[in-house]
Ligand binder design. Structure first.
Ligand code: GLV
Ligand code: MN
Ligand code: MN
Length: 414
């Protein structure tokens, strides 16, 4: 791309990310949950930009917006590009959106240029797993691994996923019937969400693998009582027990070294200042670069929580709501992306991803590859998330190199 055109394209990407940031369920911040009104508004923007880029769009039954490049031979294998349009609460504007908007910009830049494969962009709907206690459902639908039992899970307001899909105008019964056909490979551009590239002084990096992850909802059942009358040694305080559990799991992760454990959400019932908590429900997000380390940490957490429950005379229910093994990026796609970054005259450091991505589900369908883009201070899942416009420009340039170099047959032995 001509340098001026590249600068213009990067500015357009930045402006589109600003426009998407305006699609929020909570004014004053960026919170765009799966199948919410803000999700619907963001899809209208994406659809308009996809159409402008001469892509044919449709919304599949799971909530993924699919845009297909015209003119590809129907028999040709397809290269999928994608990322997610949903956000965490009070998010930044790059996580997920950057990959979709860049892919649209790349398709527009290619115009009618001949490529020996089909190209499709997928805007997934629930990579974050914030609204429902399941996650990656839309990417699993693309991979053909959507689990119908997920339709019965409920959000905080008691709305089932089935109902939410149907309120969005989708046929929830078809959510397990929208696997992508003929997918040769999947590529995703995403912000790094960590500090490695910034420390290396490199705007782009090649992902080697995505860490294993599991999520749990823990319910601690104690006994309600009067805050002024029940002696301290006779209490079964669900919240006090949960606090000890949360600190125990943090220590397990610290001691393990390569494990991270987070409790990001907690609810207490009945929730009155003068009533001893009868119930506490909290989440655990556990990750490790290797499956074995994650399994060992999970076993340690279960033992520790059971020990605290016994000591505090409360009972415990632990349900696992998400599990994804460590996912390797295909070596052929790592090489393709490294060549593309080198063609931009840049170093191409390789790095692992501690964050989860749609590719973890798509890996069940086809080989995956990921290109990371440096973000300021490594900050993400925060309104302070920032990516320099010059880095957006080189990411677009590298993606275009990769798209022009990709040949489905490089994936034959993947
Ligand atoms: C998504 O950002 C995740 O890693 O949970
Ligand atoms: Mn993301
Ligand atoms: Mn995220």
């Amino acid at each position: 791309m001509h340098p001026e055109a590249l600068t213009e394209a990067a500015a357009r990407v930045a402006a589109r990310l600003d426009a998407l940031a305006g699609c929020t369920d909570t004014p004053g911040e960026i919170t765009r949950l799966f199948l919410s009104p803000a999700h619907r508004r963001s899809l209208a923007l994406l659809k308009a930009w996809m159409t402008e880029a001469r892509l044919a769009t449709r919304l599949d039954a799971s909530g993924t917006l699919v845009a297909t490049r015209a003119g590809a031979d129907a028999e040709w294998p397809t290269l999928l590009l994608g990322s997610h349009i949903d956000t965490v609460r009070d998010a930044g504007k790059y996580d997920g959106c950057l990959g979709i908007v860049l892919a649209i910009e790349a398709a527009a830049a290619l115009g009618g240029e001949a490529l020996p494969y089909g190209l499709q962009i997928r805007a997934f709907g629930d990579e974050e797993g914030v609204r429902f206690p399941v996650t990656l459902t839309t990417a699993h639908a693309t991979a053909g691994t959507f689990d119908r039992t997920w339709l019965d899970v409920r959000d905080e307001a008691g709305v089932t996923l089935r109902q939410a899909l149907s309120d969005f105008g989708l046929d929830s019964d078809q959510a397990d019937a929208c696997a992508a056909a003929g997918a040769a490979a999947y590529l995703e551009v995403h912000i790094e969400q960590g500090p490695v590239l910034e420390h290396a002084g490199a705007p782009l990096g090649i992902v080697t693998a995505i860490a294993a992850a599991a999520r749990f909802v823990v319910q601690v059942n104690g006994r309600a009582g009067h805050a002024g009358t029940v002696p301290m040694d006779r209490r079964q305080d669900a919240l006090a027990a949960a606090c000890a559990m949360i600190l125990a799991l943090r220590n397990i992760a610290r001691d393990a070294g390569d494990v991270v454990a987070t409790t990001g959400s907690i609810a207490v019932e009945p929730g009155a200042p003068n009533t001893i908590p009868a119930l506490c429900r909290f989440t655990i997000d556990l990750r490790a670069p290797q499956d074995a380390a994650l399994a060992a940490a999970e076993a340690g957490v279960r033992r520790a929580l059971a020990g605290v429950a016994e000591a505090e005379r409360v009972t415990l229910d632990i349900s696992r709501t998400h599990a994804a093994p460590a996912t390797a990026c295909a070596t052929q796609l790592q090489s393709l992306l490294a060549g593309a970054v080198a063609a931009c005259g840049l170093p191409a450091p390789a790095l692992g991803s501690g964050a989860g991505h749609d590719g973890m589900a798509i890996a069940g369908l086809c080989p995956i590859g990921m290109l990371f883009v440096r973000c300021a201070g490594g900050v993400s899942h925060s309104p302070a998330e920032r990516v320099a416009q010059e880095d957006i420009a080189v990411a677009l340039q590298a993606l275009l190199h990769a798209l022009r170099a990709f040949r489905p047959d490089i994936m034959r032995d993947a």
